[in-house]
Write a protein that binds this ligand. Structure first.
Ligand code: ZN
Length: 261
């Protein structure tokens, strides 16, 4: 999160050290310069290819290729499809994200970002969000908290992703064998402030009972619904057809992400 909010400072520093670098706004929706009729995947691959060409041809002059990284031209439906297609590649162990040059991507996104999707996920180490959707730097705006529930800070983060960065889909994603869910179901006595997680997940326990995965799914549905209702920013974008919000469930064993609604 820090990098997004410190972006102006970063831009200022780069301007001092690299006077030729682009210094335009880093946050607002960037105009699309391309109406490529290729598929989404092809477009993304072309964008990266453009970055490579820009580096080779123009040294550090990355202005045009940067703007070509316009994931925001995706519709909400296409953004969701891109996530699910990426998850299928992950399940099939046919990842493509690692084919992209990470050094170029870091350079390319160092001053701005245009993630096409946001994911609210659990902090669980077995839920590596970018990996399970076969995505790389700059593609997914990720918020994580054990139990993947909504707080005002999480809402603020997701609002920033949608309203400022232009994410087109938000997945609220629970997962199997969730420790936060299990502890809530069992009312486990825990040290420190761990039990502060429980009240957020308890409504799902009240609905789904003691089956951990059923509670995790109910919790994802509840949190997605809460997000739609409690954020005027997000609900307005949803109502305008500019944003989709879905609850989802990640199966640790199969690697598959399934939509719950
Ligand atoms: Zn979890």
């Amino acid at each position: 999160m820090t990098s997004q909010f410190d972006v102006n400072d970063d831009a200022a520093k780069r301007k001092q050290t690299s006077p030729d670098s682009e210094s335009s706004s880093t946050c607002g929706p960037q105009p699309s310069v391309s109406n490529e009729d290729a598929s989404r995947r092809k477009f993304l691959q072309m964008a990266v290819g453009g970055a490579v060409a820009g580096l080779v041809a123009g040294g550090v002059e990355l202005v045009a290729p940067t703007r070509a990284l316009a994931q925001s031209i995706l519709t909400p439906e296409e953004a969701l499809e891109e996530l699910l297609d990426g998850n299928k590649r992950f399940v099939d162990v046919k990842l493509t994200s690692f084919e992209q040059d990470l050094a170029i991507l870091r350079n390319h996104t160092s001053e701005h970002q245009q993630p096409f999707a946001a994911v609210l996920a659990c902090a669980d180490s077995r839920v590596p969000v970018e990996l399970i959707f076969d995505q790389t730097i700059g593609h997914i705006f990720v918020s994580r908290v054990a139990g993947n529930f909504i707080t005002s800070e999480i809402i603020a983060s997701l609002e920033y992703g949608a309203a400022v960065l232009g994410t087109k889909v938000i997945l609220v994603m629970g997962h199997g064998s969730c420790g936060a869910v299990e502890a809530t179901v069992k009312h486990t006595l825990a040290p420190g402030q761990i039990s502060a997680l429980y009240p957020h997940i308890q409504p799902a326990v009240d609905i789904a009972g003691t089956d951990f995965d059923a509670v995790a799914k109910a919790n994802a549905l509840i949190q997605a619904s809460l997000l739609r209702k409690s954020s005027t920013v997000i609900s307005a974008l949803v109502n305008k057809g500019k944003l989709l919000v879905f609850a989802a469930f990640y199966n640790l064993g199969s690697g598959e992400v399934s939509l719950l609604e």
